[in-house]
Ligand binder design. Sequence first.
Ligand SMILES: NC(=O)c1ccc[n+]([C@@H]2O[C@H](COP(=O)([O-])OP(=O)(O)OC[C@H]3O[C@@H](n4cnc5c(N)ncnc54)[C@H](OP(=O)(O)O)[C@@H]3O)[C@@H](O)[C@H]2O)c1
Length: 148
Amino acid sequence: MMTALVARSQNGVIGKDGGLPWHCKGDLQFFKRTTMDRKIVVGRTTFEGLPPLKGRDIYVLTRNPDAAFKNATAIHSADEIPEDAIICGGAAVYDLTLGRCDEILVTTVKQDVEGDTFFNPRWLADFKPVETLEETGEYSIVSYKRVS
Ligand SMILES: NC(=O)c1ccc[n+]([C@@H]2O[C@H](COP(=O)([O-])OP(=O)(O)OC[C@H]3O[C@@H](n4cnc5c(N)ncnc54)[C@H](OP(=O)(O)O)[C@@H]3O)[C@@H](O)[C@H]2O)c1
């Protein structure tokens, strides 16, 4: 089973214009620490908005059979996701894969922001919070584990 990482604003936004509509240094450091030297999976839209990520083995989900990415591997279905990969979004990829995850690490950035991509509360329907990993005035990071 796999782990997913997701960050949301307190009003449920996860993205805007292909990127993140906040700057949260603590969450970026957590993302780096958690994904370093690991395989990560992102959707093609998210990949196009990412800066170069050194030290991560990146798998990009796309339906385009001819897609080729710089410093990343194209995959075309959930079946091609390595079992030890970390799921890193975006929304379409969470929809596709969270049913196969046993842990979701949820960052809540304590701001209301505008966006075009949203956290779906159903993503956590089969999970319960088990541990607060970080809590500051700016953000919290909570581990959710599968209950069913
Ligand atoms: N806050 C966070 O934690 C977080 C994390 C990640 C991303 N984001 C944000 O989320 C937004 C992007 O999310 P999104 O939902 O629009 O896009 P996305 O999930 O990043 O990528 C969508 C693309 O993934 C491919 N795809 C989706 N389902 C597939 C399937 N079943 N099989 C094969 N390929 C599939 C398709 O690529 P093709 O069109 O090439 O076929 C699709 O267009 C951005 O703003 C990003 O910054 C936020």
